[in-house]
Ligand binder design. Structure first.
Ligand code: KG4
Length: 337
């Protein structure tokens, strides 16, 4: 009998549901929330309300697309955290009630583990990384270097002490008036710009940890000083600003990651999280990989930003290991792996 899992992701501003069969994706439906665009960032209260509106239609569509009746499900999985508390509460409460009404077990999934688990989704044309591998996990809320020893055994060996890489993209985009989320826009405009036009601060943080707040400040100061001389500075130099900022973020990410890979003597490498959609980061990984004999695994585009298939991929491993939650489980907003 196949194992069918309904997975739900609602940690930030995407309401997503997926149906997985034996770890493979039968459906993966995501409703994004346009309501935040005009605010230049996610407004938590609006996110919770939109999840509340979206969750039932999204789950219905995921089941319909998969051609799976709810009575054929074996478990219901959900993102427990980290994320926005109001957003998480919608997904967690829905999943618990849905499972309870069907007499199904529930599986709680850590959002960061889910991002990495996107690499375990079997797809015919893509090999999955062998253990151990080193994963650069870069999203809107996290920047981490994770040593992945097994499906459910992951160790964070470095992480940001302040902002995440995605946050740096989003906040710098916001001050340039580029809208939200800023990462994809910066990626696009950077292609037309000169990456050596401006130089921004690089952090001096020990070990494998990251910091992006200094870069953000240095970017802001550049804008402030240049705008005094030329009020059209941003408009005229937008592409160069984006290219230089992107180059700096990637240099910061890659420097620590390369030394971690060297020290740990690991050549199986992966990237995960929303920022792994960045074309220059993907290229930098491939270029470094070519130089260093790495085997580089980059997730399919659809599994980089928040989605429920990655939650289902992590949940399937927990199902096989017999790890279930009980109905008293509550979401958490902050955690490590
Ligand atoms: O993983 P994700 O969907 O949500 C979190 O769990 O945080 O990541 C969202 C982040 C945002 O900061 C967004 O700007 C960034 O991923 N992002 C990108 C790109 N696409 C999404 N950053 C740089 N380049 C991109 N192409």
């Amino acid at each position: 009998m196949p194992v069918n899992i309904l997975a739900i992701e609602s940690s930030c501003d995407d309401t997503s549901a997926a149906v997985m069969q034996d770890g493979r994706v039968l459906s993966n439906v995501t409703a994004s929330q346009a309501v935040h665009l005009r605010y230049g960032g996610v407004v938590p209260e609006l996110a919770s309300r939109a999840h509340e509106q979206n969750i039932v239609p999204v789950v219905d569509k995921a089941l319909a697309d998969a051609g799976i009746d709810r009575k054929d499900l074996n478990a219901v999985a959900f993102t427990r955290g980290p994320g926005l508390m109001g957003s998480l509460l919608v997904g967690v409460s829905f999943a618990k009630s849905f499972a309870l009404s069907l007499g199904l077990p529930i599986i709680e999934v850590n959002h960061l583990q889910a991002h990495i688990s996107a690499h375990f989704i079997p797809e015919d044309d893509r090999p999955t990384p062998s253990f151990p591998f080193l994963c650069l996990l870069v999203s809107g809320g996290n920047s981490q270097i994770v040593l992945v020893k097994d499906y459910l055994d992951m160790e964070i060996i470095g992480q940001t002490i302040d902002d995440a890489a995605g946050e740096a993209f989003d906040k710098c985009a916001k001050v340039m008036g580029l809208g939200y989320p800023g990462g994809p826009v910066i990626d696009k405009l950077a292609k037309e710009g000169n990456k050596d036009a401006f130089s921004f601060a690089h952090p001096a943080i020990p070990g494998y940890n990251y910091s992006f707040s200094g870069l953000k400040t240095s970017f802001l100061y550049t804008l402030r000083d240049e705008l005094k001389l030329n009020p059209n500075f941003i408009e005229e130099r937008k592409n160069d600003l984006c290219a230089s900022l992107q180059k700096t973020v990637i240099e910061i990410l890659m420097k620590k990651f390369i030394s971690a890979a060297k020290d740990k003597k690991i050549k199986t490498i992966a990237v995960a999280g929303g920022v792994s959609a960045n074309s220059a980061l993907r290229e930098a990984m491939q270029v470094e990989g070519g130089k260093r004999g790495w085997q580089v695994y980059i997730p399919r585009f659809a599994y980089t930003t928040d989605n429920a298939a990655m939650v289902g991929a992590a949940a399937y491993r927990k199902y096989l290991a017999g790890i279930f939650a009980d109905q008293s489980v509550a979401p958490y907003s902050k955690t490590t792996l």
